[in-house]
Design a protein around this ligand. Structure first.
Ligand SMILES: *[C@@H]1O[C@H](CO)[C@@H](O)[C@H](O)[C@H]1NC(C)=O
Ligand SMILES: *[C@@H]1O[C@H](CO)[C@@H](O)[C@H](O)[C@H]1NC(C)=O
Length: 320
């Protein structure tokens, strides 16, 4: 028996009988219509088989193209009740791939990894360190979460902790805190030298109660400082909407080619602006997020290829 047959999960999404039986018909519809409006309803009923097989780019007769097709898939994959309620596309089940899917090429032991958005405990980083013996660099901008992170990991070998976020520009921002997630809101630009002063000033000045002043650093400045010229085995990003800025920053700094594997959780951005009602706000939010998501895909596709994943869940890109 081949080894992969023994692996419990993490190799491909199990479509189940019903979706598997519909896959060929749905793939044909996709190819014929290319998402044309007049077949919208039929195509929408194909979401479980098509998204389930898009996850590992196994839609029959089709290959994902980030430049051509990203906008279509990003809105097609919107996690509405239908998608969220399907056992095939269950969020936790898909998200589990980030830890369970074997890396190809394998992560080199003692290699360097960057984990952006480590939060309070840096759980994924702990898992990667334990399993692959990686030298983990954890980035967490929130001073509150960073204290927890220090308490649990500062004395462990294999971890280096950084109390800032990564992005395209160095700046002070406000981070909105909540139980399991935190997101950057209201970015204020500042000049580089004044940053730490600005962080303390912003902290003293206060803000809405559930927000904190945080320091975001341009990847172009921070990465060479942290890593010198080392290769990076893995970049792992889970930062509630800051992922687009992280990838953009790394691309601008020409740091993407040195990274072997990239894993990103993608999130909807909040639409902040006038809208007439909740539904319109949701639609605008999807539109804005899709735009950012697809810009990120075009940047990643230059140097990497998408191995698995779906919009608004997790995905992995491996260097070409
Ligand atoms: C994707 O489509 C673009 C534009 O049509 C084309 O130039 C590119 O080669 C395609 N990429 C792949 C990987 O097929
Ligand atoms: C692991 O990597 C670190 C630097 O990243 C290096 O200092 C150390 O010597 C390496 N250890 C082994 C066993 O290769």
């Amino acid at each position: 028996m081949r080894l992969w047959a023994l692996l419990p999960l993490g190799l491909s999404v199990d479509l189940g009988h019903e979706a598997a039986a519909r896959l060929d018909g749905c793939a044909q519809l996709l190819l014929e219509t290319r998402g044309a409006r007049n077949h919208e309803e039929e195509l929408m009923s194909c979401r479980v088989p098509l998204l389930g097989s898009l996850h590992e780019d196994r839609v029959p007769g089709y290959l994902y193209n980030a430049t051509e097709d990203c906008h279509f898939w990003a809105s097609y994959a919107a996690r509405d009740r239908h998608v969220e309620g399907s056992s095939v596309l269950d969020f936790s089940r898909l998200a589990a791939f980030r830890l369970s899917a074997p890396f190809e090429p394998p992560l080199r032991r003692n290699g360097t990894a960057l984990y952006v958005g480590a939060h309070r405990l840096g759980e994924d980083g702990v898992e990667f360190q334990r399993r692959f013996g990686l030298q983990m660099h954890l980035f967490e901008p929130s001073p509150t979460y960073f204290k927890s992170l220090q308490r649990s990991l500062a004395s462990w070998p294999g971890f280096t902790l950084h109390n800032y976020g990564l992005g395209s520009k160095t700046r002070v921002a406000r981070l909105q805190l909540s139980g399991t997630a935190s997101r950057v809101v209201d970015p204020e630009e500042v000049v580089d030298e004044a940053v730490s002063e600005a962080v303390s000033e912003a902290a003293l000045a206060g803000g809405p109660e559930d927000t904190e002043a945080v320091w975001i650093r341009a990847a172009a400045e921070a990465i060479p400082e942290v890593l010198g010229s080392e290769e990076v085995e893995l970049l792992h990003v889970n930062c509630e909407g800051c992922e687009y800025d992280v990838v953009q920053g790394l691309a601008q700094a020409q740091q993407l080619p040195r990274i072997a594997q990239i894993q990103v959780a993608t999130h909807l951005l909040e639409f902040r602006g006038p809208s007439s009602d909740f539904q319109e706000a949701v639609a605008l939010s999807l539109q804005v997020s899709t735009q950012r998501y697809c810009e990120m895909h075009r940047l990643l596709a230059r140097t990497h290829r998408r191995v698995w994943g779906l919009p608004w869940v997790w995905e992995r890109w491996t260097r070409k």
